[in-house]
Design a protein around this ligand. Structure first.
Ligand code: FES
Length: 137
């Protein structure tokens, strides 16, 4: 469990709170092409990312749809929502390049203590893409 030390600031940006209260991508997907599930070693929380993948006219595989489900904190929910928005419509190659810094930037910052939460979605997305590639073989 992550504890806030006395005197330590733990305030979230407006963007974090907006996504936490009303996530656009926070739902289980029916018939996904791939699922990535990871746990957070720091706090024990769990994250699942669901993907629908399609080929575009050029033959590149793109993330047609993406959603998440988590038993995680405010930061995990909002950072996964931001990650989904960043990844939707991207090619698999582009999506693999999304980092937690991109996510934190989209959230207009995250308290230092919560950086580990932003890693959950990123790892789950990478796992989902790996699982998709394995399934294709
Ligand atoms: S405290 Fe577990 S994901 Fe944030």
């Amino acid at each position: 469990m992550v504890r806030v030390k006395e005197g330590e600031k733990m305030s979230y940006s407006k963007e974090v709170m907006k996504r936490f209260k009303n996530p656009k991508f926070g739902e289980k997907m029916k018939n996904p092409d791939a699922i990535g599930e990871v746990g957070n070693a720091t706090c024990g929380d769990v994250m699942k990312i669901f993907l629908k993948i399609e080929k575009n006219k050029k033959g590149d595989e793109i993330i047609k749809d993406i959603s998440f489900q988590t038993f995680g904190c405010v930061a995990a929910i909002s950072s996964s929502d931001a990650l989904c928005e960043l990844a939707k419509g991207k090619t698999i190659k582009q999506a693999l390049k999304i980092t937690r810094n991109n996510i934190v930037k989209k959230l207009q910052g995250l308290p230092n203590l919560k950086f580990h939460c932003s890693v959950l979605g990123e790892k789950a997305l990478k796992t989902a893409i790996e699982n998709y590639k394995k399934k294709k073989k």
